[in-house]
Write a protein that binds this ligand. Structure first.
Ligand code: SF4
Length: 246
């Protein structure tokens, strides 16, 4: 889909991104107040006083003190604080959607939980929607209403989180879910290794014909080599792309 320039500007305002590396996504020479003011300037929010007030509001919202943290540069902040600055920048223009691209994966577990709580608080207060991109399936389960699984650049399964985690229909999703360690004592899954997937992952530059998962799928048959499966609905709102779904 192509957008005209004006539509693109509006779409960018409505959609913001928080990236994985909080240090890499912020200009190390700028102070926190400048970093948070930048999107306001970029989208023509007029008046230095109005912008200063908005920056203070945003820093409050993400749990940073404008008086102390506002004067610092990224190198003087922790990873969690930098990610809060990145979140303040992302929500500065009141977007409808924030794309979180592995946004907590570089943080330690404790800080990760704090930042996830912040995302949840902002969702409630500002009515935001998030698109979380993550390899951490336990995290995805915790934060998602709806989950889409991709394999070699293609959607293999999409559905309500509860339905997809309870009963995955695609063999790839099933293998992924079996690899999540269960920390419950006595579950017997604490030491669980990833479900055996035979063979090496194919190159995304030269994927197999038909179903891209077929070289590693225990259910593969001749049809899987000939025909690329398409997404089909197997339960309300729950789709999988497999000729022989589970
Ligand atoms: S289409 Fe065939 S190879 Fe692909 S996931 Fe389904 S059963 Fe496995």
């Amino acid at each position: 889909m192509t957008l005209r320039r004006r539509e693109l500007v509006r779409a960018r305002r409505e959609m913001q991104v928080v990236f994985q590396d909080p240090f890499g996504s912020l200009n190390p020479r700028w102070r926190v107040t400048e970093l948070v003011e930048e999107p306001l300037l970029g989208y023509g929010v007029r008046g230095a006083e109005a912008r200063r007030e908005r920056v203070g509001e945003l820093l409050d919202l993400v749990g940073l003190d404008p008086a102390t943290h506002g004067r610092r540069r990224p190198g003087e902040l922790s990873g969690g604080q930098c990610q809060r600055v990145a979140i303040a920048r992302a929500i500065a223009l009141n977007p409808a959607l924030v794309i979180c691209d592995e946004a907590v994966s570089s943080l330690d577990v404790l800080v990760q939980a704090q930042v996830l709580n912040l995302f949840e608080q902002l969702r409630r207060e500002l009515g935001l929607s998030y698109l979380f991109i993550s390899h951490d399936l336990a995290l995805v389960k915790q934060v998602s209403d709806r989950v889409a699984v991709m394999h070699l650049g293609q959607l293999t399964e999409i559905g309500p989180a509860a339905s997809l985690y309870r009963r995955p229909r695609h063999p790839y999703t099933s293998a992924l879910l079996a690899s999540i360690p269960d920390p419950t004592p006595g579950s017997g899954r604490a030491q669980r290794r990833p479900a055996p997937l035979s063979g090496e992952p194919p190159s995304p530059l030269d994927p197999p014909t038909g179903c891209r998962f077929r070289t590693r799928c225990s259910r593969a048959q001749a049809r899987c080599e000939r025909e690329q499966p398409v997404l089909r609905e197997h339960a309300p709102g729950h789709l999988a792309a497999s000729h022989f779904p589970l």
